[in-house]
Ligand binder design. Structure first.
Ligand SMILES: *C1O[C@H](CO)[C@@H](O)[C@H](O)[C@H]1NC(C)=O
Ligand SMILES: *[C@@H]1O[C@H](CO)[C@@H](O)[C@H](O)[C@H]1NC(C)=O
Ligand SMILES: *[C@@H]1O[C@H](CO)[C@@H](O)[C@H](O)[C@H]1NC(C)=O
Ligand SMILES: *[C@@H]1O[C@H](CO)[C@@H](O)[C@H](O)[C@H]1NC(C)=O
Ligand SMILES: *[C@@H]1O[C@H](CO)[C@@H](O)[C@H](O)[C@H]1NC(C)=O
Ligand SMILES: *[C@@H]1O[C@H](CO)[C@@H](O)[C@H](O)[C@H]1NC(C)=O
Length: 321
């Protein structure tokens, strides 16, 4: 009887103790300790793998959706093979630029697919072999999640999507209710994010918004398209900011970071000479670092390098020591 009542009085204390330990546990993020970086996105983020589709992916495509653990682990990053024809931001950021990701000090596991929109139910695929964001997550969840390490304290996942969605939809006149359209896109986007979370991809998420694509060479001689695209991007980015905030509030065990690429691109374009750029309106498919744009819609390697530096500075600022 005494024992029972002792347990009865202790029990609330024990459970209380657990509860306070749980709530007191702050999400931990330190860029210096981050050893695994996952990425989902489009051509701005994709890297070339020996098991990937040439010019589109690190691994697989819609027709070659599955892979074995052995294919994944022996897959090699082909250096300087991105949409900038050099290394890209996430390679500069991680320092994982060639060979097997598992050999890198910071392993880069990159499921971005060039030309990806968020969801093929909302916008048509660019090619029949395209893997949209929702399927990038499905691909990771099905074939990679049980193979690759992802300890929460050492894992950062980058989400950068919407460049193609905004570009593909600004002139689409069948979308009469843009507010509802972007809500549907965000439902789909964050459905995929929740899927990654519930499948155990934890730790830190970094969300990057859409850069000012209306300033790319594709639009310089098209003031009407430019204005429509700018408006579309602004709508996307404000919807995204709200969803990120909701995700953060819902998952207090996560560190949720953002990088405002829209403001960063504008800042560099507006002060081009300070960053060593001489040409921000044309493009050059060459190695000239004075060009901002490599082609009509993608920045040069020099931009990717500066972008990685800006993102790293923000990650260091957000780090707990
Ligand atoms: C460049 O111009 C922008 C305006 O877009 C300004 O706000 C920004 O801070 C400037 N400076 C740098 C170093 O980017
Ligand atoms: C990949 O892209 C490069 C540059 O645009 C092009 O020359 C090459 O033919 C492409 N390769 C394939 C297999 O599509
Ligand atoms: C899938 O990828 C393998 C290896 O790259 C290739 O041999 C095969 O032809 C691809 N299959 C399809 C359907 O594209
Ligand atoms: C979207 O992706 C494709 C690759 O399929 C690319 O050629 C195109 O320029 C991109 N669109 C925008 C608006 O960036
Ligand atoms: C325009 O948007 C609608 C609605 O999302 C979509 O079904 C359609 O395929 C889009 N058209 C083009 C050309 O992207
Ligand atoms: C930028 O580059 C394009 C393409 O080479 C060229 O036509 C244009 O004159 C250049 N603009 C400036 C300001 O140098």
């Amino acid at each position: 009887m005494h024992l029972l009542s002792a347990i009865a009085t202790l029990l609330p204390l024990i459970t209380q103790g657990f509860a306070s330990v749980t709530t007191a546990r702050q999400p931990h993020f330190n860029w210096h300790e981050t050893r695994y970086v996952y990425a989902f996105g489009d051509s701005y983020t994709y890297i070339q793998g020996t098991e990937g589709r040439t010019n589109f992916s690190f691994i697989g495509d819609a027709f070659n959706f599955s892979f074995t653990p052995r294919e994944l682990l022996s897959n090699e990053i082909v250096p300087k093979f991105t949409s900038s024809d050099g290394s890209n931001w996430i390679e500069f950021l991680t320092g994982c630029m060639s060979g097997r990701p598992s050999r890198c000090r910071r392993q880069l596991w990159n499921f971005a697919f060039a030309g990806a929109d968020i969801d093929s139910n909302l916008l048509p695929l660019h090619h029949d072999y395209t893997i949209p964001l929702t399927d990038e997550v499905k691909q990771w969840a099905t074939y990679a999640a049980d193979i690759l390490p992802r300890p929460a304290r050492e894992t950062l996942t980058a989400w950068w999507i919407g460049i193609n969605d905004t570009g593909d939809s600004f002139g689409n006149t069948t979308i009469t209710d843009r507010d509802a359209f972007w809500d549907a896109e965000m439902d789909s986007y964050f459905g995929a994010v929740e899927k990654a979370y519930s499948r155990g991809l934890r730790g830190t998420y970094l969300f990057i918004n859409v850069p000012p694509g209306h300033r790319a060479p594709a639009r310089v001689n098209d003031p009407t398209g430019q204005a429509l695209l700018k408006q579309n991007i602004n709508q996307y980015n404000s919807k995204l900011a709200k969803r990120v905030q909701q995700f953060r509030a819902k998952h207090q065990d996560m560190t949720v970071l953002t990088f405002d690429s829209y403001t960063w691109f504008n800042g560099v374009l507006d002060n081009a000479s300070r960053y060593g750029f001489k040409n921000t309106t044309g493009f050059c498919q060459c190695k000239d670092p004075s060009f901002f744009w490599f082609n009509s819609g993608h920045p040069t390697e020099h931009v990717h390098k500066l972008l990685a530096q800006a993102i790293e500075a923000q990650l260091l600022k957000a780090s707990h020591h």
